[in-house]
Design a binder for this molecule. Structure first.
Ligand SMILES: [Zn+2]
Length: 272
């Protein structure tokens, strides 16, 4: 009886009718600007190396090799190409990005935050380079997690991707998730990683960047206090700082950004 039951289960698995549960946590997929594409790769004995433009893409092994591709907000809808190298071949794979219309959000901030002075612009240019460096690590030795708890308690506003108009003038779209929370609320690292940059930035205020490995980096902006130092290893749940209202803000909140292969994707796709 037991033998025939085991044989029956074996038949189901062999025919693909019953899939054993896998521990692998994947983000939600949404092939739109600011979304994530999960692309099945051909067989390879070694981990395929994948690039999307000039940025390396994280690859995980489920039943097949999967590339988890961050799609930049500025991507034009249509066919996109990733370049892949396996142990025996090198080729391009294509996927399609659909259009998504994000809404427009008008905000009023201090005049200097909408129209920075010449001196501010010089500062912003230096900071932009630091931010770029923080978001382009590809650390092989760290194992990223793709399903994250929310870093602070609160109800996220649905403003990712919105076209922003500050004091009546169009500016860059919103590339993260805003979570309103009381001043001083604890911000917890949603996954293990290494702090790769911290500081006070013109627009972002007090900010922390955590490298989680394989091109996944998270950022935390507008903090009232930073609790970590550059180079520090953090574990999931460590308090990395406190909610504040520094930088370009209309009130205390956490701006939570998620970068995958240098694309600031919608953090909601990775939240549990
Ligand atoms: Zn924000």
């Amino acid at each position: 009886m037991l033998r025939s039951l085991i044989f029956f289960i074996f038949l189901l698995i062999a025919n693909g009718l019953f899939t054993p549960a896998f521990a692998l946590d994947l983000p939600k997929e949404n092939r739109v600007p600011g979304g994530i594409a999960i692309i099945e790769l051909p067989e390879s004995k070694t981990t395929p190396i994948v690039y999307y433009g000039k940025y390396r893409v994280t690859v995980v092994k489920d039943q097949h090799w999967l590339a988890i591709v961050g799609i930049p907000l500025a991507t034009q809808p249509g066919e996109q190409t990733i370049h892949m190298q396996t142990d025996h071949s090198e080729n391009d794979l294509h996927f399609n990005v659909a259009d998504k219309q994000y809404r427009t959000q008008a905000l009023t901030v201090a005049p200097r935050m909408a129209n920075p002075s010449k001196q501010d612009l010089r500062r912003i240019a230096i900071e932009t380079k630091r931010i770029e460096a923080a978001l382009t690590h590809y650390t092989e030795s760290l194992q990223p997690a793709f399903l994250l708890p929310q870093p602070v308690i609160g109800i996220p506003s649905d403003s990712y991707g919105s076209r922003r108009v500050f004091n009546g003038e169009a500016r860059n779209p919103h590339s993260g998730m805003d979570i309103p929370a009381p001043m001083g609320a604890a911000i917890k690292a949603p996954a293990n990683g290494i702090v790769v940059e911290t500081g006070n930035f013109f627009f972002n205020g007090n900010t922390v960047f955590i490298d989680h490995g394989h091109g996944l980096t998270t950022m935390y902006c507008h903090l009232s206090k930073i609790n970590v130092k550059m180079g520090q290893r953090v574990k999931q749940g460590d308090v990395i700082g406190l909610v504040g209202a520094t930088g370009r803000v209309t009130g205390p909140h956490l701006h939570f950004g998620v970068s995958l292969n240098r694309a600031m994707v919608d953090p909601a796709l990775l939240l549990r």
